[in-house]
Every structure is written in C-alpha cells, then in structure tokens.
Design a protein around this ligand. Structure first.
Ligand SMILES: [Zn+2]
Length: 312
C-alpha cells in the first residue's frame, strides 16, 4: 500500500491507493533509476554519510525528485548540519510526505508526488530557526540551477496591493517554489521602492511565483490570488492607496490569459464588480531584500490581506 498525492486540489489531498512496483514504473515521465538510486528511492536505503554529491553544495537553485522531477527543496532552505547528508529546514509546500518509519523510531520523508524515499525528518535539534531538519539522500534528488528553472517549472505574476501580503499567501500554496516581491509594468530599469511609491515609474508592486506544474496549476494560483486580495478595489488595496497598488494579472502566455479571463467571468457571475486588469508580463524587478519574506521574518501576519472565498 502506498499513499499518493492527488494533484492540484488543495491541502487535504492525500488518498490511499494500492500500487505495485510494476505499476509505478509504468509512469513514462519518471526517470530510469540506477541500481544505487533504486536501492535508496524504491527500497528505502541510505547512502553512506559524506558520500553524496549534494552534502556540500552551496549553489543557488532547486532540488527536485530524482525519479519524478517534482520540486522538493530550495537552496535558500539548505544548511550545513554536519551530519553527512544534505539538510533542509523547509520543503516546497506540500512536496514532502511524512510517515512513521518501519523502525518505529523515526519519521520517514517521501516525495509526495511519486512516493520515492528521500530520507528522514528530525525536529527539536535547534539547528535552525525552524528547528527542523530534512535529512535527504543526495541520490534521491536532482539539482536544477537558476538558469534551468524555466525549463523545469513555470512562473506567474500577480499584483494585488502591498506585495508583502500577496507574497505571504502565495508562498504557502502547494507546489509554490518561490514567491518574490518586486516591481513590474513600467519602463524604468532597476526601480527602487522609493521611486515606485513616489509614482511616475509606471511600475506597480507585484509578486512573481515560481511553481511546479507537477504539483499545482496556474488556475489554482490565480484563484488564490483573487481570494487573498479584493479585486473590486481600484488603485488601492485596503489601507494602501495609489496606482502602484492596483489589481493586475500579468499573463505570460495565452493560456494564462484565458484562465484569468475565465476566473474573472466567474467572479462577475458571482456578483463581484471586478476591476482587475490583464496585461502581458513585462520585465520583473525583484524588490529590495528587506521586502522579501517580510511577514515570515517579522513573525506576524498581513495587515493588508486576508483570504475571502469568492468562487463558491
Ligand atoms: Zn518524486
């Protein structure tokens, strides 16, 4: 018996299903494993400590499942635990499943998409602020460099008022690898917060989302966007007033545009006078570091945004 994750339908997406190994390997999108990878990923083995290629590996990028390619961990969450295996203190939301290990002592971690064995989870060691260590076998993962992210994953850009709050909620959505606060829509290069707030740059506050289409969909994220800000407010969002706070979906292709149009039509049918604009995605400029992960670093929740159900 294995537990498999049903894609794209929210947090409570675990369902039990009986799979044999033969059925699993019939998934043609999975990579063919070497004997050592199969020993670890399928038969829950452990690589020798300090032997893995990602144990000491500080490069920026994303760690994906070796078997199915699903995004598992961000390099930002990797730390040197000196335990002999790669260590992370957070996973891509929803990407890692936990279950009691057969030894009855530890917590096993598995890829939530394909069920492949990753390693074990430890808490309470006080090694990082999150107080959590995902101890992962290098052979269970592939590393995707920053330059390779767009080949493996997808992006979306949303603007709905103060980017702190939009980023806060999108970052926690299943399958979201990164949510970055920044500026877009204007012509000025390297815009600063002060310049954007001062007006005249044409830029607005926006959030760029890097997501894994194996684990979520653009529609799921766009729906969330429409439910974490008020799409009926024009040139403002709650207490934040100004054109830099207007509601915009910056679509990256015709499929994203069609999805946003469909959702806006649904909202209008539900009685909401939506003012959200659709604009083609332009150059996205990440905001200053102190704007990133603002609420996480502050340890509070948004003053400017709150989830409201609008599609039911
Ligand atoms: Zn996988």
């Amino acid at each position: 018996m294995k537990i498999v994750r049903l894609k794209n339908i929210g947090a409570a997406v675990l369902a039990c299903a009986a799979f044999t190994l033969a059925e699993e390997t019939m998934d043609t999108t999975w990579r063919k494993l070497t004997a050592e990878e199969e020993r670890v990923i399928v038969h829950k083995g452990t690589e020798k400590p300090f032997s893995g290629k990602y144990t000491k590996h500080p490069a920026a990028g994303v760690y994906a499942c070796r078997r199915c390619g699903a995004a598992l961990y961000r390099s930002e969450d990797k730390f040197d635990s000196e335990c002999g295996w790669p260590a992370f203190d957070a996973e891509v939301p929803g990407a890692v499943r936990r279950q009691a290990d057969a030894d009855g002592q530890r917590t096993e971690i598995l890829c939530a998409t394909c069920g492949g064995h990753l390693g074990h989870l430890f808490t309470g060691e006080r090694l990082t602020r999150r107080n959590t260590r995902h101890c992962v076998n290098s052979v269970s993962m592939d590393f995707v460099t920053e330059d390779g992210l767009d080949k493996s994953f997808s992006r979306a850009v949303f603007a709905g008022g103060c980017f702190w709050g939009v980023e806060y909620y999108l970052q926690q959505s299943l399958g979201v690898i990164r949510a970055v606060s920044g500026y877009t829509g204007g012509a000025k290069e390297f815009p600063s917060y002060k310049q954007v707030c001062g007006g005249g740059t044409g830029h607005i506050e926006a959030v760029e989302v890097l997501f894994d289409p194996r684990q979520t969909t653009y529609e799921t994220l766009a729906k969330l966007f429409f439910e974490i800000h008020d799409p009926t407010q024009s040139d403002r969002q709650g207490p934040d007033i100004g054109e830099q706070y207007r509601s915009v979906v910056f679509y990256r292709d015709e499929a994203q545009k069609a999805t946003a149009e469909k959702l806006i039509a649904q909202l209008k049918a539900n009685g909401f006078k939506v003012v959200t604009r659709l604009e083609p995605a332009a150059k996205f400029w990440p905001a200053e570091p102190y704007h990133q992960d603002y609420y996480f670093n502050k340890g509070t929740t948004p003053y400017c945004h709150a989830p409201v159900k609008r599609f039911e």
